[in-house]
Unconditional design. Structure first.
Length: 71
């Protein structure tokens, strides 16, 4: 199921029960200070940064979906 978000802040709030801002910054390759600003709504990412965040989150999701139990 695909989910859509109108703002990065909304996405961060949705993910917050599962992943903290520090881990999200590492996964998305975004500076922690920037991630805090995006999370608090102080700043919005550029179009380029938003695409980088989305691509890295999708890549991380694919990595998670490939996890298998060893037989």
């Amino acid at each position: 199921m695909k989910k859509e978000f109108s703002t990065l802040n909304d996405l961060i709030k949705e993910l917050s029960p599962y992943i903290n801002q520090s881990a999200l910054a590492r996964i998305t390759e975004v500076n922690m200070g920037q991630m805090r600003q995006y999370s608090s709504g102080v700043r919005n990412p550029s179009h380029e940064t938003l695409n980088k965040i989305i691509n890295n989150l999708n890549h991380f999701g694919l990595e998670l979906s490939n996890i298998r139990k060893k037989s």
